[in-house]
Write a protein that binds this ligand. Sequence first.
Ligand code: ADP
Ligand code: TRP
Length: 320
Amino acid sequence: MRVLSGIQPTGRFHWGNYFGAIRQYIDLQHGNEAYYFIADLHALTTVREPERLRQNVVDAALDLLALGLDPAKAVLFRQSDVPEVSELCWLLMTGTPMGLLERCHAYKDKKEKGLAADAGLFTYPVLMSADILAYDADIVPVGADQVQHIEVCRDLAGAFNHHFAETFVLPKAKTLDASAKVPGTDGEKMSKSYNNTIELFEEPKAMRKKIMRITTDARPMEEPKEPEGDHLYQLYSLFASDAQREEMAALYRRGGFGYGEIKKALADVAEAYFAEARAKRAELAADPARVEQILADGAEKARKKASATLKRAQRNCGLK
Ligand code: ADP
Ligand code: TRP
C-alpha cells in the first residue's frame, strides 16, 4: 500500500501530536511505501512570520527523524519543495463546486464565528487533495477532524476521472486511533489552541514544572480514587509499562497518596520514554546539513512521483 500523510509545522509537537498521530505514522512506514511531508504551504494560512515558519519546518523535521521516521524507509519532504502539487491544485480547483468547500468545517467554523476567512483557508481542502492525489496514495492516516477533507479529495478525484479520463487513485482515510486522545495539563484535549500542551522535547526541567502544574482535584489524600477517567493517570499510562500502570491503578484504588507523588512518577517515565529520541534529536540538530540533505533527497523522490501524476492530469484535461 502507498501511505501518505502531512503534518503542519505550526509549532513544536506535543504529547498529543505524538500519541495521536506521529507514532502511528511512524509505525506505518514498516511494510508500506510511505510518504510524509511537512505541510508548510498549509501552515502559511496561519503562520505569517517567515523566520518562525522556517524554524518550525526544521524543528518538525528534527522531531520526526528523532522519533524514528526513517528516511531509508519513508520519503520525508517539505510540501513546498514539490511545486507540481500547487499546479495540480489549480487543475482540481477548476472542477471544485463552491458548495463543497462552503461545507468544510475549517472555513465554516470561522465564518460562523463572524471571522474573516481568506481564499487560502477556503481552498485548503483542494490543496490537501492535490497533496494526496499527486502521489497516488491509497491510504491516508489522519485524525478524525481531517476525514471530511479526504471525502472532498475522493469527490474531486472521482469527478475529474469521470469528466476526463481515469487519472487519479481514490484514497481511503485511515482514522487514527481515537482512544489515543491525549489530555492536556488542564484535563481538556491537549492542543496548542488551548495552551495546555507539554512539548515532546521540552527541557527536562521545564517539562517537570509543567507536569507539577497539571490540574488535580482537591479530594483528601486518604480517599480511594478511580484511575479510569483521571487525566493524570491517563497521561501516566501513555508512558508506563503494563506492570507500572497496574501498580499505579492499585495505588489510586487504595488511596493514601498525594498527587505530587504521581506527577513525579509521570515526569520520570516521560523523561525516560523520550530519552533516546532526545539524544538523537541533539545529534541531528548539530548537523543541519544532514537534515537538509534528507529533505532534499525526499523532495527529489516525491517530485518524480508528483510530476508523473501532473503530466497524466495535464494530458487528460487537454493542457498537453
Ligand atoms: P493542535 O490541536 O495542537 O493544533 P494539530 O491540530 O496540529 O494539533 O494536530 C496534528 C495531529 O495531532 C492531528 O492528526 C491530530 O489529530 C493529532 N492530535 C493533536 N492533539 C491531539 C490530542 N490531544 N490527542 C490525540 N491526537 C492529537
Ligand atoms: N490538513 C492536515 C492537518 O491539518 C495536514 C495535511 C495537509 C495533510 N495535506 C495533507 C494530511 C494531506 C494528510 C494528507 O492535519
